[in-house]
Design a protein around this ligand. Sequence first.
Ligand code: GLA
Length: 351
Amino acid sequence: MNVSSTPGQPPAAASVAARGPGRVNLIGEHTDYNGGLALPFAIERGVTVTATPAAGDEVVAHALDVGERDAFPLARPGRAEGWRAFVRGTVAELQAAGHSPRPVELTIDSDLPAGSGLSSSAALEAALCLALLAAAGEPEPDRHALARLCSRVENEWVGAQTGLLDQLASLLGRKGHALRIDFASGDVDPVPLELGDWRLVTLDSGASHEHASGGYNERRAECARACELLEIETLRDAPEDPDLPAPLWRRVRHVSSENRRVEEMVRALQRGDVEAVGRLLDRSHASLRDDYEASVREVEATVGRLKAAGAAGARMVGGGFGGHVLALLSPGAEPPAGALEVGPGPAARLL
Ligand code: GLA
């Protein structure tokens, strides 16, 4: 870092930049907040936050892709909507966790489509944390703790009751690997993601989702209600054939069968059985559509387009009710226009 100062003026510290990747969840959807299993990976696309130490007592932030600005007192971030809630929430949660972010000017730049199911939110939170800590000259805390902090930003400042999947994927991702995450034990194990000439692509369904409003919070509430009725802590402990009213038993069946599919996916990857990977994507999608009822017409049409292009398997990813569809294309299959090839990239980092 290049730091120079002129007598009588605050030191002109250099900028720091951090990159938070988006994520694709290979399988294990709506399992994180149910103490289950998932297999996400960080992708190359993401959000870059640049922090330049500033004089005064404010944080000023510029969101370059939307051409908007925010400014707030460092000591009292206060509430706001949209992208501003992430910035203010991250500053406030860092302070609540005992860190001392400094007055800075932030620029936020993204090559991830927002609201797409590729987790632009976690990418932004991760990049903000790393940039704000580095600008304050503070060492990075444990990344599991950082993921929980980012999740509090989302839960308490943005109003989306999301789990830890996205933040762990963005902060702990490993190039060339997916992460088998056990949300009951907290264990995160890298699993090599090698598909030979087969390609993973995502395609936008055109229906954008909003976690804070959409059906996501409703599904969470249904799962919580199922736990209450079954007198268990999380759906990880749900019986095979739970005695519950509709639609709760179907929600539970999705979560339990999805946990099993994660284990099957890990085994398929370990033995290099790429066709089984495709079949598992299809089975996951059917369960999300029929049991979890998290699909929408546009998502179904997108699955259809990918299948018509020769996908060996396709499924909705992320919270659902819109967003992207993930597909496995066999060697030689042409991705439909607008598809984005995705592969496992590195975790959030300082640039
Ligand atoms: C969103 C949430 C995650 C997870 C998925 C569904 O991406 O942010 O925490 O619940 O939906 O698997």
